[in-house]
Design a protein around this ligand. Sequence first.
Ligand code: GAP
Length: 442
Amino acid sequence: MADTTLMDKLVSLCKRRGFVFQSSEIYGGLGSVWDYGPLGVELKRNVKDRWWRAMVQARDDIEGLDAAILMHPKVWEASGHVAGFTDPLVDCRHCKNRFRADDPRIKGTPGQPDAQCPVCGTRGSLTEPRMFNLMFKTFMGPVEDSAAVVYLRPETAQGIYVNYLNVLQSSRQRIPFGIAQIGKAFRNEITPGNFIFRTREFEQMEMQFFVQPGTDAEWFERWREWRMEWHRSLGLSPAKLQWHQHSGSELAHYAKAAFDIQYEFPFGWQEIEGIHNRGDFDLGRHQEYSGKKLEYFDQAQNQRYLPCIVETSAGADRVALTLLVDGYREEVVEGETRVVLGLSPSVAPIKAGVFPLVKKDGMPELATTLYNDLRQQFSCFYDDSGAIGRRYRRMDEAGTPFGLTVDGDTLANRTVTVRHRDSMQQERVGLDRVAGYIKERL
Ligand code: GAP
């Protein structure tokens, strides 16, 4: 399957089955903004739940936080985003389109007579590059003047830094410890695209780990290992995951060292998570701009210092896309193409489909009882329409790992057929054991 075809097929499946829709579609859509449908919202929620479980609930040294999207505008001066969160842009004076100055489609040097607009083809119409800030601006209160400007946060991290002392004091944690947060972030990306890979509104899952200076390199290595392990635990193909180390020129203004976890998408190797050693840049800047002391007093060592930070920053949408890309496959079975989303059971939107083989002989009643019992424990789907093979296929492309069929034998010996999505193999499991059987495999 050609790589572009795979993305086209995935986008079409996502719309058809209710994973992802274009935002405001009936109005022609809104550039690079997407909505999650009934299956997509479950998939993304499962990704976030797995992250929260691994990062907060399963650890004693990380606390959760849910900070507001709107923050004091000085936060973004301190963070460096007002001055530095920019991309160089060029405009075409002829067709009015706007491009990143390094857009590979541009021929020649922007601002020079030989430069050619990649859309209308006019020569000499491209302006000199100008810096363009990626933060969305809005106004707080009724007056739309410069004093009322606030930004939609371009990352969740800053909400953690400005709350670091609040969390430290209220949770009675000691360094080393971390704060984790999942939330929306907004960037006015100039070259968004590749479906939900790069969007203007997205969700981040970020954790900031506060450590004693001098121990940051060691913690950085630990976090690299743990984060790669988490991605593998989602069932992603190990051969499609790799590290990318940021070289000097790639390093963000705040980072002492940075590695990306990359996945091999149909459009190339791309970042899904960044792990950054941020040193004491963030707390140092917030201390300076707020005028509030943000030092930590280490009682055991009778020592005061500004903690260093190791950050892990993943995109929930990107991880969801990675799972969809990694799981998508087509197989020919008995002369028919079967589309399968091979999602790990723990992230699959629906864990089990429940089907009465026929709509008679008490099978719908028994299947409904089973469905009502199972749905108290995990997400299920009841389907009694069409041939059983068709119902299995519908669940295959929704990524549902188990199909449970109530048939003649169920009435006779109280067992159901459990059909496995990937192998299509079937086995019989007792009605009273089926919930436990599935839970063990989630
Ligand atoms: N606090 C550090 C930070 O925000 P980043 O590398 O800019 O670092 C971290 O972003 C993660 O957020 C990325 O690895 C990606 O998964 C996600 N992300 C960033 N920009 C995105 C966008 N425009 N659309 C979707 N996800 C995005």
